[in-house]
Design a protein around this ligand. Structure first.
Ligand code: BGC
Length: 766
């Protein structure tokens, strides 16, 4: 039930009031219109916690927000591969927004991890659009079921920090749709976020804020987005062009300056009132939703301690066990040394617009006291990269005198953050040196990592175990300790590939571009799509992670039939179910992330070797078996085809792969898929005779034309029939563009013959 009569209000608003509503009152509020009793709505950063600044309108700082719960950041959350878990985090955040009178949480960020160098990767989910989309949709659904909005960001192709406010991402249509828009499309279709935040950058020379292809043709017309589009903070370029492109709300305030431009444009006829009214209506709808929500949930206060527990359980479910030679779980009877400043002061989040003023922070050191009497040595400083000999010696001694050394390491803020990109993917030298030196005196070494994006591990062969915590939020320390001591069993898997060296990464030659442009020359091949296609060695593959137990995969079925049967063929739009049995064959309870990839055998479209098309996380007691069932539809087989500007499934063979990671495939089955879409074949400048043979509906006009040649050349004493000679000619002309056949048939064909042939073939396609 509307709290605002939107139609009436629009009819009562002056042009100036309408224009003014299209930009914010300050950093976080939409404008009030007192004359019409219209209140404002408040938005606040996210995404992994509330960064609500104090209420003074003049205020615009980064570090003095209210106390809130800091959940794991997106790069950690995605490693859970757990839709329900992410929805729970969203739900908790929605409750916090209710409690703090926030109408829209600014997040989640779902940009692709094109390069591990992007400074804000900690805020993004994955290198894979399917996974990022699924995580994003679960998050949005979780928040929004509390009548609180989200702002899906940063739309789109905002994959670096360097010159992020101006650079033009130069991307071909297929890559844009297949890699950089897919996650947005998924979230819009599966969760209808209340708002979307357009990114700072340009795409192919057009700022996102004024990009009609993006904000209207794609977002609204193709995907059916119903909400409001706001700018990122300061992303406005041409205000009037932006309104026409579908951009509703400018953030933050433009102090009335751009409002004047809107008024002027309406008055001089270059902007019609209807366009302005559309934006106004969307902003009023948002304010209305916010009023309804406030009414419904007024007075609600969330329980911080309870939410801290949610943050802890979430962190436990996200951590990835990268290596374990039996050193983990730790035993309470061991003499344990915790080494490294992050044991005492964990790095739990990144800096910048998502920085949360934490309610409290659990350190691993404090949390471990309940299990064992651990010793501690600081080992390194986080404010520089230089080895402190005294700290190093103290740490080496602590390691020497213990049965096991647990080193807490990772990236300090200076190495990755919003606002700048990383220069390399190495950990600080002082930390790498510390690990090397400790390995010289202690055979039993475990490394616990705190980083928002992939790193190199030159010491990997020398240590016994590695636990990747990522930036795991305020309960990171308690969660790490529960995982180390086996109270919780690691169950996360990597949502991004860990390369061996930065030089191996897909965008290495094109990141971050020059002052104006960044070329996405690697195209659709980012992350595992690139490493698989190039058959490269990597440090850890996408989808990889260990557990304290083991799982068996068997009994793969397709549409209920055993995969050992031979004949599986479907139409591209059939629903296909794939199931597999997973059994916990170890001694402890654990959870397995089962991944379904589709392998492509039709290489002419230059497709990735395989692509993630579904996943499930399944919790199993020792000895327990559960059947995991996936449903595949059209998009499982499809790629974005630039001829039809849409998704397309070429007929042919595919393989359904079920794996424990992108490089650990347990079950596989070849199937054949038939396209129900025919792409009309057009004889353009590049179309060859062979293309006609393969793709044209009507091949006769070309055969007739070439037969004319054959007849003209045919000798009485030829041993071959006319048909045989036609075959030879077609073979010889295979790669010749149709228009070029004239050059090779000077006496036999006329220009008109060729034109008529092209016309006849094209006519038949209509
Ligand atoms: C960031 C956004 C953030 C906004 C408001 C921008 O600089 O890109 O992610 O929501 O600031 O703080």
């Amino acid at each position: 039930m509307e709290k605002i009569n939107i139609d009436k209000l629009i009819s009562e608003m002056t042009l100036e009031e309408k224009a003014s509503l299209c930009s914010a009152a300050d950093a976080w509020h939409t404008k009030r219109i007192d004359r019409l009793n219209l209140p404002s709505a408040m938005v606040s950063d996210g995404p992994h916690g509330l960064r609500k600044e104090d209420d003074s309108p003049a205020h615009f700082g980064l570090l003095d927000s209210i106390e809130a719960i800091c959940f794991p950041t997106a790069s950690a959350l995605a490693c859970s591969f757990d839709r329900e878990l992410i929805e729970n985090v969203g739900n908790a955040l929605g409750k916090e927004c209710q409690s703090e009178d926030i109408s829209v949480l600014l997040g989640p960020g779902i940009n692709m991890k094109r390069s591990p160098l992007c400074g804000r990767n900690f805020k993004y989910f994955s290198e894979d659009p399917y996974l990022a989309g699924e995580m994003g949709a679960a998050f949005v659904n979780g928040v929004q079921k509390n009548d609180i909005g989200t702002s899906l960001k940063h739309f789109a192709a905002n994959n670096q920090e360097w010159r992020r406010m101006s650079i033009s991402a130069e991307i071909d249509e297929r890559t844009l749709n297949e890699i950089y828009l897919t996650a947005f499309e998924k979230v819009v279709k599966q969760a209808q976020p209340w708002t979307i935040m357009c990114s700072y950058n340009q795409i192919n020379g057009e700022y996102s804020c004024e990009n009609k292809m993006l904000l209207t043709d794609t977002l609204r017309d193709k995907w059916g987005f119903k909400g409001l589009v706001m700018t990122d903070w300061g992303a406005m370029n041409d205000r009037v062009k932006a309104l026409k492109a579908g951009l509703d709300l400018e953030m933050p305030s433009s102090h009335g300056e751009t409002d004047k431009l809107i008024v002027k444009a309406v008055n001089n006829g270059s902007l019609d009132m209807e366009t302005l009214d559309t934006a106004v209506r969307r902003i009023l709808t948002l304010v209305d939703k916010s009023l309804i929500s406030k009414d419904k949930h007024s007075g609600f206060k969330y329980d911080m301690e309870w939410h801290h527990e949610i943050a802890k359980e979430t962190a436990e479910n996200c951590a990835v066990l990268l290596k374990n030679n039996g050193a983990l779980p730790l035993s309470k009877n061991q003499k344990i040394a915790f080494i490294g400043e992050f044991a005492d002061k964990p790095r739990i989040q990144g800096g910048g617009s998502s920085h949360i003023n934490c309610h409290k922070i659990d350190s691993a050191l404090n949390s471990a006291k309940q299990f064992a009497d651990v010793t501690y040595a600081k080992g390194y400083n986080t404010d520089n990269d230089i080895t402190d000999e005294a700290l190093l010696n103290e740490a080496v001694n602590a390691a020497k005198n213990a049965d096991i050394a647990v080193i807490f390491a990772g990236l300090p803020d200076a190495f990755e953050n919003e606002g700048f990109d990383r220069k390399h993917i190495d950990m600080p030298k002082c930390q790498n040196e510390l690990i090397e030196e400790i390995c010289k005196v202690q055979k039993n070494v475990v490394v616990v990592l705190h980083n928002g994006s992939s790193i190199t591990m030159p010491w990997l062969d020398k240590v016994n175990a590695v636990l990747e915590m990522y930036l795991a939020g305020e309960a990171s320390g308690a969660a790490a300790v529960n995982l180390l001591f086996g109270v919780a069993n690691p169950s996360g898997k990597l949502a991004e590939s860990f390369p061996l060296r930065i030089e191996d990464t897909p965008a290495y030659l094109n990141f971050p571009g020059n002052r104006d442009k960044v070329n996405y020359n690697e195209g659709i091949f980012i992350g595992y799509r690139y490493y698989d296609k190039k058959k490269m060695d990597i440090l850890f593959p996408f989808g990889y992670g260990l557990s304290y137990t083991k799982f068996r995969y068997d009994n793969m079925k397709i549409n209920g039939k055993s995969a050992s049967e031979n004949d599986f063929s479907f139409k591209d739009n059939d629903n296909v179910t794939v199931s597999v049995d997973i059994t916990n064959i170890g001694e402890v309870e654990g959870a397995e992330i089962v991944q379904l990839y589709i392998e492509n055998h039709i290489d002419e479209d230059n497709r990735p070797v395989k692509e993630l098309r579904n996943f499930a996380k399944v919790k199993l007691a020792p000895g327990e078996t559960k059947t995991v069932t996936f449903t595949l539809g059209f998009r499982a087989w499809a790629y974005y085809n630039e001829t039809i500007h849409d998704w397309y499934v070429p007929s042919g063979d595919y393989k359904i792969l079920i794996g424990a990671s992108s490089r650990d495939i347990k079950e596989a089955k070849k199937v054949s898929v038939l396209s129900t879409v025919t792409i009309p074949f057009v004889v353009n400048k590049a179309a060859t005779c062979e293309d006609v043979e393969r793709f044209a509906k009507n091949k006769a006009p070309l055969d007739d034309m070439l037969m004319k040649c054959v007849k003209a050349r045919h000798k009485e004493d030829s041993e071959k029939t006319l048909e045989e000679e036609l075959k030879d000619l077609k073979c010889g002309f295979g790669g010749v563009p149709i228009h070029s056949t004239l050059s090779f048939t000077p006496d036999e064909l006329k220009y008109e013959d060729i034109q008529q042939t092209i016309k006849a073939i094209n006519e038949s396609e209509k």
